[in-house]
Design a protein around this ligand. Structure first.
Ligand code: NI
Length: 198
């Protein structure tokens, strides 16, 4: 079960809608297994197939909220969101980061609740109601399978600032991929940040 290289913003798979999975083949099972290992090694709270350069609609997640460990995978996901994005009520939203934009973070408003549906490797229905950080993780990963990075959702001011930092860090130019465990941890790209990125 190898740890896979994570591709960085600029890779085509990250910027186009991924293909639906027709069948749970041994290759798909291996992919989910490898993605899970890669996510843990990063360490991250979620990882979508386009982040390892594979344009397929599948993602994995692992999040410990202090009381429960939430983990799983979903094939051909659908997501419905509800509630009011936090910034509308309380000002500055929480920060978000991405393993494909390593080391950088920015505040981004997300919906407080999300319902994730799809299937698992056995063909069984996945149906998860999520709140808070897990809902954020699902929105982030669901975006990945549609070719959207959280950076794309930032307002102009925040996006310009983030791309300036990304340019300085050589993301997408000198750094086009990184392998957790080989090139270190995601936190190494930005000392001082905790690693809760996806
Ligand atoms: Ni991400």
């Amino acid at each position: 079960m190898p740890v896979l290289p994570i591709v960085v913003s600029g890779h085509p798979a990250l910027h186009q809608p991924a293909h639906a999975i027709k069948e749970s083949t041994p290759d798909v099972r291996q992919l989910v297994s490898d993605m899970t290992e890669t996510m843990h090694e990063a360490p991250g709270v979620g990882l979508a197939a386009p982040q390892v350069g594979v344009s397929l609609q599948v993602f994995v997640w692992y999040f410990d909220d202090g009381e429960h460990q939430h983990q799983g995978h979903v094939i051909n996901p659908r997501l419905s969101v509800s509630g009011w994005p936090r910034h509308l009520l309380w000002g500055e939203p929480d920060e978000e980061g991405c393993l494909s934009v390593p080391g950088l973070r920015s505040p981004l408003a997300r919906y407080p609740r999300a319902r994730l549906t799809g299937t698992d490797l056995e063909g069984k229905r996945v149906d998860v109601l999520a709140e808070g950080w897990l809902a954020r993780i699902f929105q982030h990963e669901y975006d990945h399978v549609r070719g959207i990075l959280y950076v794309d959702r930032l307002n102009n001011r925040r996006r310009r600032r983030l791309w300036a930092e990304a340019h300085t860090a050589g993301l997408g130019t000198t750094l086009t991929s990184w392998t957790p465990g080989v090139d270190g941890e995601e936190g190494d790209f930005a000392p001082g940040h905790d690693s809760a990125d996806a």
